[in-house]
Design a protein around this ligand. Sequence first.
Ligand SMILES: Cc1ncc(COP(=O)(O)O)c(C=O)c1O
Length: 383
Amino acid sequence: MQISGGPSGRPPNAWDNIARDALDAVAAANQLRRPRDLDSGAPDTVLSSTGQPVLSFASNDYLGLTQHPAVRAAARAAVDAYGTGSGSARLIVGSRPVHSRLEARIAGWRSAEAAVLFTTGYAANLGVLDTMGRWASVICSDELNHASIIDGCRLARAPTRVYPHRDAAAVDRLLGDASGPGIVVSDSVFSMDGDLAPLADLSSVCAEHGALLILDDAHLVLDHPEPLHPGCRVLRVGTLSKAVGSLGGFVCGPRTFTDLLVNKARSYIFTTAAAPAAAAAATAAIDVIDSEEGDRLKARLRANIDRVRPGHRSPIIPIIVGDEDQALTASAALAAEGILVPAIRPPTVPVGTSRLRVTVSAAHTGDDLKRLTEALRGAGIDA
Ligand SMILES: Cc1ncc(COP(=O)(O)O)c(C=O)c1O
């Protein structure tokens, strides 16, 4: 059969136009993005395409552990012991001692009864909300929660009510109106603003209403100052991909809950287990974090944050510019000086709140921070 083709020789297909038009719309909104390669994960690195030396203030490697000798060695040893991939889901034949050891290590580190591993933090949020949402009458979600929480709420079968940022009184009202057990979900450190959730108030409200509190600690590297109400049921989600310097996610809390996730969470069950090297690297990194060396790294991170914005509570330092084009221009001006600070724009953040998102690491040196603050000043930007 002869099929008439377009210029590429392929038959015309409506999807070619759909994809092109959609991509054109992204470009017309000046939002077209592509990954750019860097020669290494250290802050002081090189743009692979041009060879330009750059200093990055864009990574979530808050303690510099992606480059730590013990973490790298653990990954190499796991490759030698187990090979590269896991070959299967955890519940089939993909589980190795490195996975189970890591779960026990996370539980000990986070003072939880048990932990369950996911292949990313994103998958952990999908899994915990999809699962626990089956028995909830309502899910209350902060308006600035991370995309993975938003997607988890979409998967959950309970209705989601979005509450104003950090507003525990609004949560109290929503739970008061609920017909059965509710869930409250929040970033503990907000990923684009670097501010903290009101954990004392949220956990008190949850305790009063018998609601389950799900906290996403993806960016919690320095201690949160507020204790949780002891009567509150809490599940804590975390990522191994940021301060822990590897790849993966977890949920920790009472064992009944983690066992339930193992048996119900689709993003746990229907995906291949994490590469053994990633699990081994994460375990070694947690050993570092949970040691005196980890305390020193955190103290250094604290001091580095203070050099940019004294007293700011997290390594995510947003510099709100407002207008999208101005944020892009500011980011480009810094890039011309060899300083990488991304412009964050809608839809990642609300319209009118485009910003530069500076992330600081313990791996930055005093000179690195001096270069950043001078470049910001040179570009007329007040941190
Ligand atoms: C608040 C928050 N939760 C979850 C995630 C997802 O974690 P991961 O990168 O491990 O999938 C991220 C990271 O992008 C995040 O910022």
